[in-house]
Design a protein around this ligand. Structure first.
Ligand SMILES: Cc1ncc(C[n+]2csc(CCOP(=O)(O)OP(=O)(O)O)c2C)c(N)n1
Length: 423
């Protein structure tokens, strides 16, 4: 790994901020406290902008959304005790939602303290179940390795939350430890054997469907997936967090699995004999439920499937999503031949039903009209950020996303409160 030696011993908080700069951090979203003052001072003379918030939860949601949209970990900061506990909801939001987030929290001195247990909570243990990694920095010399590891863990598939706690007396230590610089990350490519097996299953299918989930929105898989659908002419549907991966104005789009059951798209799912699942994992509310002996599933993702009572795919194509799907399209060659008439009927019903009420002038406004009006005024690249409630379902079902990640909603923790901060 490349490394750079600092010119002279530096303060640990300066080294921490230098390590954040080396990771490309642009913003730290924070409600700082007394225990973060050294970091705040180190940030003041850095290239990183400190974005002050009114509540730690908002800072966490903002940083998580930065991570969700860029793939680079967003960073937020809070003080010890109550500041750190206020980050719990965004920690769980990013952990379940697969968003790279790094939370830096302060702490009282750990070598010698005259505070007793005032404001002391075991934050590192508290966060263990809702982070991918939760660690205290107990020696300034470990900062370069810990920060590099934090970014690796937060950003690597499946992305999520990391907590680093920096106590006051460690922040002022002197250290001459060199930085460890990041390097580009490449994911492994699925092997030919499994790709051939998947292609054979697709060729044998009588009514295959393509499903796009959150994982396909996290990475730049839009072009590869659009080309795959175009080439094979397999109809697709998506999860709420997979909206927009392929333009939903496509003739092949059958709808979003916004409701749990009983929608037109569920009729298509019930008839399908194979679902090619790209990027959905069981953390998001299930778009379909597998049953023993029922519809077969091919799982395409960066990681193998987490098995669940409702999810146990027969074939797993594990590796770089875009590369796997392009390879699969090459093997299949061209449009698949199968009877599409039922799926075409579903498409007609879905389009009819999701556009119903678009022009109804009633007061108070009905959800269908509100969604339609929002779509009318938004450009292709414009982003809407939603909170939670029934209205989110209306948007997920009726709003046609034209581009990836242009509808930001939470269908994993499904927390209220994230919408405004995300925006
Ligand atoms: C932090 C949090 N608290 C509570 C809930 C449970 N919850 C989900 S939707 C909802 C009500 C939302 O009401 P409103 O914002 O008026 O939207 P509507 O459902 O009427 O569209 C509640 C309390 C939640 N998801 N997150």
């Amino acid at each position: 790994m490349p490394e750079t030696a600092p010119k002279a011993p530096m303060k640990a908080s300066d080294l921490l901020v230098a390590a954040l700069e080396a990771e490309g951090v642009e913003y730290v979203f924070a409600v700082p406290g007394e225990e973060n003052l050294d970091i705040v001072e180190s940030l003041r003379t850095s290239s990183i902008e400190l974005v002050l918030n009114r509540h730690e939860q908002g800072a966490g949601f903002m940083a998580a959304t930065y991570g969700r949209l860029t793939g680079k970990a967003g960073v937020c900061m809070a003080t010890l005790g109550p500041g750190a506990t206020n980050l719990a909801t965004p920690a769980a939001y990013a952990y379940l939602g697969g968003m790279p987030l790094i939370m830096i929290t302060g702490q009282k001195p750990i070598k010698q303290s005259k505070q007793g247990q005032f404001q002391i909570v075991d934050i590192v243990s508290l966060y263990e179940p809702i982070t991918k990694m939760s660690k205290a920095i107990i020696n300034g010399n470990t900062i370069p390795a810990l920060v590099r590891e934090a970014f690796r863990v937060a950003e690597e598939e499946r992305p999520g939350t990391v907590l680093l706690e920096l106590p006051e007396d460690i922040a002022i230590e002197e250290t001459d430890e060199p930085l460890l610089l990041p390097h580009p990350r490449y994911y492994a490519i699925a092997g030919d054997t499994v790709l051939d097996e998947a292609a054979e299953m697709i060729r044998d299918a009588k009514m295959p469907l393509l499903l796009l989930g959150a994982g396909a929105n996290r990475k730049d898989a839009h072009a590869a997936l659009s080309a795959f659908a175009e080439k094979t002419q397999i109809p697709f549907f998506n999860t709420q967090m997979g909206k927009g991966v392929i333009d939903e104005r496509s003739d092949l789009f059958l709808g979003t699995a916004a409701l749990s059951d009983g929608d037109y798209i569920h009729c298509a799912i019930a008839r399908a004999d194979l679902i090619i699942n790209v990027g959905h994992d069981v953390v998001e509310k299930p778009p379909f439920l597998m049953e023993p002996g029922g519809t077969k599933v091919i799982h395409l993702n960066y990681k193998a499937a987490q098995v669940d009572q409702v999810y146990f795919p027969q074939v797993e194509v594990v590796g770089d999503l875009a590369k796997s799907i392009t390879r699969l399209g090459d093997i299949l060659g061209g449009p698949l031949e199968f009877d599409r008439s039922y799926f075409e009927r579903i498409k007609k019903e879905t389009d009819l039903h999701t556009s119903e009420g678009s022009n109804v002038s009633r007061f108070p406004v009905i959800p269908q009209r509100l969604v339609a009006d929002t779509r009318r005024v938004m450009g292709d690249d414009d982003i809407i950020a939603l909170d939670n409630g029934i209205y989110k379902i209306w948007y997920a079902r009726n709003y046609k996303a034209h581009k990836p990640n242009t509808i930001l909603l939470d269908n994993a923790l499904a927390t209220m409160g994230a919408g405004l901060a995300s925006a």
